[in-house]
Structure formats: C-alpha cells, structure tokens
Design a protein around this ligand. Structure first.
Ligand SMILES: [Fe+2]
Ligand SMILES: [Fe+2]
Length: 386
C-alpha cells in the first residue's frame, strides 16, 4: 500500500509539474489537464482518510501537516514557488473539487507575483510574512493592542477546571482518557478568535502548586498563539493544542519528590526526570484517541534545534514543528511562571535569553515569530496594568 507521505509527495510533484506547464502554456493545455487529473486523484485518496492537509513553508523548508520534509529538488522548488507568490500556507480540506485544484494551479502559476491568493470552500491560502510580521487571513492579526478591555471569557475558565479534573484522575489512576481534552482545546481556539489578548494574559503569572497542570494549559495557549500566527487552523491547530496539553504527561510516572523538588536536581534525579518524554510518548501511544502529533511531541519536546537535549536521536533526525513550538512555549513558561523559590522573570529578560539560544537550542524562525507575539503581549500587559 502506498503511504500517505509518499502520496502527498507525489501530489506535490504533479502539482509542481502542472504549475510549471501552466506557466509555460495555458491552464487548459492538454498536459496541464492531465497533470491536474493525476494530482486530484492522489489528493482525493488522501482526503478520504484525513479531514485536511496543511502545506506550509518555514524559511525554505516545506512542512506538511506539521512535519518538515526531507529536502528534495521538487519539494524545495515547490516551497520556492509558494514563497515567490507570497503564499505561506495551503490548506486542503476534505471535499476539495477538481475545479478548486485548477484554481490553486492558476494561483501558483500566476505571473502576478504578490497578488491576492484566492481561497475557496475547501482550499484556503494564507499569506504570512514572518520577517515583517505582516499577515493576512490569520485571526492573530488585525487587532490593536489596546483592544483588550474584554474580560477573560468564562468558558475557558470552566474548561480549565475540567482539565484539572482530568489531570488529577490520570495522576491517581495512571490512566489517561482523552475525552474532554479536544473540547478544552476547541474552547481555547474559540476564545482566541474572540479575545486572544485576554487568553494570553491567562498564560502568564499563574501560581504554582498545581505546576504541571497549569504549565500544560499555559503551553497549550502559547502553542495555539504560535500556530495561529503562522496561519495554521482547523484540525492541525487542534492537534497542536492537544499535543501541548499532553506534552509532559510522562511526568506523572516520575516520583512526586523529584517533580516537586525545590532546588536543583542531582545527577540521579535528573536522569530519572529525563525519562519523562519516552514514558509520556509510550503512554500516549497506548491511549485510544490521542493524535499521533501528541505522541511525537511528548517524545521530542526536549530535543533541541541542534538535536542535543534528550532523548538521544540519530543524526539527521527531523523534529516535528509542533515539538519545536512546544519547546519554545515550554521554555518561556518555565521562566515566566512564579515558583515558590523564585519570582517570574521579566518579559524583556526572557526575550533576550531566547535570542541567545535561538538557532542552537530553539528553532530560529519560530523563536522570532514567538518574540513578535510576546512583544504585542508586553504592550498589552503594560497598558492594562495602568
Ligand atoms: Fe517536559
Ligand atoms: Fe513542559
């Protein structure tokens, strides 16, 4: 059986050839028609099993459903074409018609560079310029920093309590039930659409006793903020949120005294602590209904951009984009949350620490994007503190 991954790569190969031929001849040329038919047949098969596919570019890399692709001539070329047309992401939804695919080829082959990218019912094109921070089609943008007078929506608060309950149950019975978590993430996503600044405010300066629980919800909120600012929506956005909620689930299998220890861990304690990504991934793998992305993220969220960190992986490993977002949210939250033994660090201090480890410890493009989000948030908190 052909895997989803190779079907998607073949789809992109057909789409690329169709785009090149359409630019050379016309969209109705026999060759283009044939290539669009081939691309349509491949993508239709994939969309029978998944509700959507997201293709995006981060720098020159092509990322499909959150997974950076190995470099190849045609994938790189496709990423270049997307970038030259100002398209940062393409979402293909179940129900996509052949005509919508024709429109995609037309947009990709258009000589009108930087022109409006059309979106239809099952085809969403988005443009995010990470370098300048300008964006279209993403709910994170277009709101002013002074727009934050709305109170924190009630719904996420109630949802948070539900999550706390789920978390406590897992802690006691060492068994996770995924039921409820997707609803909570949907609540966060909805709240973000309504009032992202207030929700971000929730992810800051919360107290410590239920550290792992609060930490997971903070990382979830920060991951959603990152993903939405990159134009990610729909199922992938939810899965990124769920992955964040569950990234540290492996800590439930680490002795309490190590988790709650106030000082620095000694060598033995740290080597036990370092097992939580593998323990978490293993547990999630055995839990029905958990998205695969959550398993990957639990496994990779302490794997640094330069592949140091833990667990050890082979050279050339390509960490998932969601894992790298989670590492950034995780780093930020660890320093920003008040603990019993220290005060939270200032946003500016955290930002400069992140700059220093960008490119080694943290993914550089995702870090810049995150700092942009945090800069807006800093303006917001300063104005509301008055
Ligand atoms: Fe962790
Ligand atoms: Fe964490």
């Amino acid at each position: 059986m052909i895997s989803e991954r190779s079907s998607l790569q073949e789809f992109i190969r057909n789409l690329l050839s169709a785009t090149a031929s359409a630019a050379l001849y016309t969209i109705t040329h026999q060759q283009v028609v044939w290539l669009i038919d081939a691309a349509f047949s491949r993508i239709s098969h994939v969309l029978e099993n998944v509700s959507e596919i997201t293709i995006m570019t981060i720098e020159n890399e092509l990322v499909i459903n959150g997974q950076p692709q190995e470099r190849s001539l045609f994938l790189n070329r496709f990423a270049e074409i997307m970038q030259s047309r100002g398209i940062s992401h393409i979402r293909l939804l179940a129900g996509l018609s052949r005509q919508e695919l024709v429109e995609l080829v037309a947009a990709l082959s258009s000589r009108n560079e930087g022109g409006e990218a059309p979106s239809t019912e099952h085809l969403k094109l988005g443009c995010v310029d990470i370098a300048s921070g300008s964006s279209t089609g993403t709910p994170m943008e277009g709101r002013s920093a002074t727009d934050s007078s709305v109170s924190i929506p009630d719904m996420p608060k109630a949802e948070l309590e539900r999550f706390e309950e789920i978390y406590e149950t897992v802690k006691r019975h060492k068994k996770l039930k995924i039921t409820g978590i997707p609803g909570i993430v949907s609540g966060f996503v909805k709240a973000f659409h309504e009032d992202q600044d207030s929700l971000l405010a929730m992810a800051s300066l919360r107290n410590t006793d239920k550290y792992t629980f609060t930490h997971s919800t903070n990382v979830c909120i920060l991951n959603i903020a990152q993903a939405m600012s990159l134009g990610i929506e729909g199922q992938l956005l939810h899965d990124i949120g769920i992955a964040a909620m569950l990234h540290d689930i492996g800590k439930l299998f680490i002795p309490e005294e190590i988790i709650t220890k106030k000082g620095k861990l000694n060598r033995r304690e740290f080597s036990i602590m370092k097992q939580h990504p593998v323990l978490g991934a293993k547990h999630l793998l055995e839990t029905p209904g958990v998205p695969r992305l959550a398993v990957t993220t639990a496994f990779e969220h302490h794997l640094k951009f330069n592949l140091s960190g833990y667990p050890a992986v082979q050279a050339g490993w390509l960490p998932n984009l969601c894992s790298q977002m989670t590492m950034i949210s995780d780093f930020f939250d660890a320093l920003r949350t008040r603990r019993s033994y220290r005060e939270p660090l200032e946003l500016s201090r955290i930002a400069s620490m992140m700059q220093e480890i960008s490119g080694t410890h943290l993914h550089p493009v995702l870090t810049q994007n995150f700092l942009r989000i945090i800069a807006r948030f800093a303006i917001m908190t300063n104005s509301s503190a008055a």
